[in-house]
Design a protein around this ligand. Structure first.
Ligand code: UD1
Length: 417
């Protein structure tokens, strides 16, 4: 068990480069199972979730090597189609393996992922989509078993634009017989990146990034090489780090259009934003309150709700933040209150009265983004904070303390006593 110790009130200044996006890499790693051969993925950060996906692929039979930030995945021999329960529990994103396994091996068995820290996360949309294109899915005794004689094209109309279910449906449909149309598809940039990867393998996928995706099934795919898109959530977190410390931070290797909803809110708060082809820069002074509602892309991302909530605790005026995607995503609130924040939660809405300064405290990360948010709050707070349960943060932020230190932060990692 490790913790971060942060001495606050240090202005962050400098430039930081973003690495590849966890949420793009996980489905792409799953997609390597669609064919036999050696796939190469570049710009892969060292993250706990990625390690778990590596372990799952290795247990199924894949051979994986890592050379710095490049992953080489050999899926020539896959001898198993059952995903071990303990790994399934460790990471919900392992549900992505259903589509590719059904596509290539026509069967898959996994334990039910169940709830998680940010609320119940059902997989009914994944299952319905796979059934629409010919999978026979049985659930019982905590397990899901899916099989098919042959996946066939079909019409999938999502009740809700689920990111993971859209990706699973795309991956299953690429080897189906005939064409599949996915309506009310999620539009996140990571879905477009998956389309690029699948098409490099020889698949025929069109429309990702819009709400209608068309997949024309092909018989055979070949392994390929890909530089993964950069991490917009990590970038948003560093932008908030610049803003909350009233600093001047430039985030490089990021498409500013991926973060319009976030930079617009920062501007509303009084942060100066400059963007270029490949960068976003924040320069921050006095901050005003702002109202935010999380929505599917291109709306405000739920994964940046917690970081923004930390930001608005610290400034002038009142802010209202409404979480519409996940039920239980205000776990950082009680911890921020320990740091002096004035927050009231009513259902899915948090009302925050900005104060001039938070104060350092001992707090605990309860999930990945909530953990990131507490680090941000600690950077701005008066005095020293300790953030426990750093393993949550390591799931999605690579060496966060080193990157923040490169911008001037006073943060270090320690073994918990
Ligand atoms: C992905 C991201 C996660 C992000 C989320 C929303 C990855 C690895 N993770 O998660 O970081 O927070 O998108 O942007 O890419 N739902 C159902 N039934 C389903 C599937 C989802 O009801 O079968 C509900 C969920 O409970 C949730 C909402 O749909 O309330 C959004 O979930 P979804 O878009 O599927 O998120 P994930 O793909 O799990």
């Amino acid at each position: 068990m490790e913790k971060f110790i942060v001495k606050g009130e240090v202005q962050l200044n400098g430039t930081i480069r973003m690495s590849g996006a966890k949420n793009a890499i996980l489905p792409i790693m799953a997609a390597t199972l669609l064919c036999s051969g050696i796939s190469i993925i570049h710009d892969v950060p060292y993250l706990r979730d990625i390690k778990v996906m590596q372990d799952i692929l290795a247990l199924l039979g894949a051979k994986i090597t890592r050379e710095k930030n490049t992953l080489v995945i050999d899926t020539t021999i896959i001898q198993d189609t059952e995903i071990p329960e303990h790994l399934m529990r460790e990471m919900r994103a392992s549900v992505f393996l259903m589509g590719p396994m059904l596509g290539r091996f026509h069967k898959v068995r996994m334990s039910y992922p169940g709830g998680c820290a940010i609320g119940p996360r059902p997989i009914d949309l994944h299952i319905k989509a796979l059934e629409k294109i010919g999978a026979d899915v049985k659930e019982g005794f905590g397990f899901i078993e899916a099989q098919t004689n042959c996946l066939t094209g079909g019409e999938i109309n999502f009740d809700y634009p689920s990111v993971g279910a859209t990706e699973n449906a795309m991956m299953a449909a690429v080897l189906a017989k005939g064409s599949t149309i996915i309506r009310n598809a999620a539009r996140e940039p990571e879905i477009y990146d998956l389309q690029v990867f699948l098409n490099k393998m020889g698949a025929k996928v069109m429309g990702a990034g819009s709400d209608i995706i068309r997949v024309d099934g092909t018989e055979k795919l070949t392994a390929t090489e890909h530089i993964v898109m950069s991490d917009r959530i990590q970038a948003g977190t560093f932008l908030v780090a610049g803003a909350i410390t009233r600093g001047d931070v430039m985030v490089e290797n990021i498409l500013s259009e991926h973060l319009f909803s976030v930079t617009d809110k920062l501007k509303e708060m009084g942060v100066q934003i400059t963007t270029g082809k490949n960068y976003i820069r924040v320069q921050s002074g006095d901050l005003r309150g702002v109202d935010i509602k999380t929505l599917p892309y291109p709306g405000f991302p739920t994964d940046l709700q917690a970081p923004m909530l930390s930001l608005v605790t610290n400034g002038k005026g009142t802010s209202i933040i409404t979480e519409t995607i996940f039920e239980n995503r205000f776990k950082h609130v009680d911890e921020l209150i320990r740091m002096g924040a004035k927050i009231k939660v009513e259902g899915r809405t948090a009302i925050i009265r900005g104060i001039p300064k938070l104060t350092g405290a001992i707090v605990a990360a309860h999930d990945l983004r909530a953990g990131g948010a507490l680090v941000l709050a600690a950077l701005a707070a008066e005095g020293t904070s300790e953030i426990e349960n750093v393993y949550h943060i390591d799931r999605g932020y690579e060496a966060l303390e080193e990157k923040l230190r490169s911008l001037g932060a006073n943060i270090s990692r320690h073994k918990k006593d």
